[in-house]
Design a protein around this ligand. Structure first.
Ligand code: ADP
Length: 193
C-alpha cells in the first residue's frame, strides 16, 4: 500500500501515519522528521534547511524531492510506504508522479485530514506543553509566529496539492476533528471502501 496523508500543520498526519505504519507494517516517511534529523546531524542539507524550518517556511522542492527519491528506493519501502508531510507543493506532487512512474509504482490512496483551522494553534501549543512535561525539546517552529507562517504556506502552496489529486479522482477526505481512535477508524474505512 502506498499512501499519502495530507492536511494542514497540526492536523494529526504524524499521529495517524505512525498508527497506520504499525498496522500495515510499512514505513512512515515524514519529510519533517527527516529534515529535523538532518538539522540535528548538521549535514549540508540540515544546515541549509534549519533557518527556513525554524521560521515556518518551506524547504526547497529540490531538497525534499531528492530526500524522498532516495528514501523510497530503500528496501523497506518496496512493499509500500506512508508519506507524511510530502508532497507539500504541486511541483513536489508532479515530481513524485515521475519518480513512481520510473519505478513502475503507483499510489493507492491520498487521504486528506480536514480540520477546523481555529483549533490548530491550540493543538500545537498542547504538543509543546506535553513535550516540555515529558522533558523533551519543543520544536523550534511550534510557536504562534512560526505557526502563522506554516499555515500561510499551507494555504498558498499545499492546499493546491489536494486539488491536484482531487482532479485525478484519487483524493479521499476524513474528518480530523474527531478523537484519534475515531479518525483512525475513519481512515481504515476510506482505505477499505
Ligand atoms: P507540520 O506538518 O506539523 O507543519 P512537519 O514536521 O511535516 O510539520 O514539517 C516541518 C517543517 O519541515 C515544515 O514547516 C517545512 O519547513 C519543512 N518541510 C517538511 N516537509 C516539507 C516538504 N515536503 N517541502 C518543503 N518543506 C518541508
Amino acid at each position: 500500500m502506498r499512501l499519502i496523508l495530507l492536511g494542514p500543520p497540526g492536523a494529526g498526519k504524524g499521529t495517524q501515519a505512525t498508527r497506520l505504519a504499525d498496522k500495515l507494517k510499512i514505513p512512515q516517511l515524514s519529510t519533517g522528521d527527516m529534515l529535523r534529523a538532518a538539522v540535528k546531524a548538521g549535514t549540508p542539507v540540515g544546515m541549509q534547511a534549519k533557518a527556513v524550518m525554524d521560521g515556518g517556511g518551506l524547504v526547497s522542492d529540490a531538497i525534499v524531492v531528492g530526500i524522498i527519491a532516495d528514501r523510497i528506493q530503500e528496501a523497506d519501502a518496496k512493499s509500500g510506504f506512508i508519506l507524511d508531510g510530502f508532497p507539500r507543493t504541486v511541483a513536489q506532487a508532479a515530481a513524485l508522479d515521475e519518480i513512481l512512474a520510473k519505478m513502475n509504482m503507483r499510489l493507492d490512496a491520498i487521504v486528506e485530514l480536514r480540520v477546523d483551522e481555529k483549533a490548530l494553534l491550540g493543538r500545537i501549543q498542547k504538543r509543546a506543553d506535553e513535550t516540555v512535561k515529558a522533558g523533551g525539546a519543543v520544536r523550534a517552529d511550534d510557536n504562534p509566529k512560526a505557526f502563522k507562517v506554516r499555515l500561510d504556506a499551507y494555504h498558498e502552496m499545499t492546499a493546491p496539492v489536494s486539488a491536484y489529486y482531487a482532479g485525478k479522482g484519487t483524493l479521499k477526505t476524513v474528518d480530523g476533528m474527531q478523537p484519534i481512535e475515531v479518525v483512525s477508524t475513519a481512515i481504515d474505512g476510506v482505505l477499505n471502501g
